[in-house]
Design a protein around this ligand. Sequence first.
Ligand SMILES: [Zn+2]
Length: 106
Amino acid sequence: MDPLVRIKRAILAGRYAFSEKARLEMEAVALQSLRIQTCPSCGSGRIRQVRRSWSGEFRGRRYTVPQLRFFECPACGKRAFDPEAMRRIESKSPAFAGARRVKKLA
Ligand SMILES: [Zn+2]
């Protein structure tokens, strides 16, 4: 199942604060610090920060986050997002649209 579907179900169940487990399921690692020097997945020291548009797809709907800054490991392909990058993805992804709507009504 698409990890984003699981996350959306968690949102709909009333858990607006995404658990650390849900974040880890997004094929990415949520970082609490910008000071990353080794890949959290494979330990490679070649992981580096990149800045480019991020494209994702949710239930056939594509979305783009322009000029997103995140870390990418050239050894294993792992991507890591800091909290600001996570916020930007969440603000663009249709997977989180329901949560935004609920929050506005609240
Ligand atoms: Zn790696």
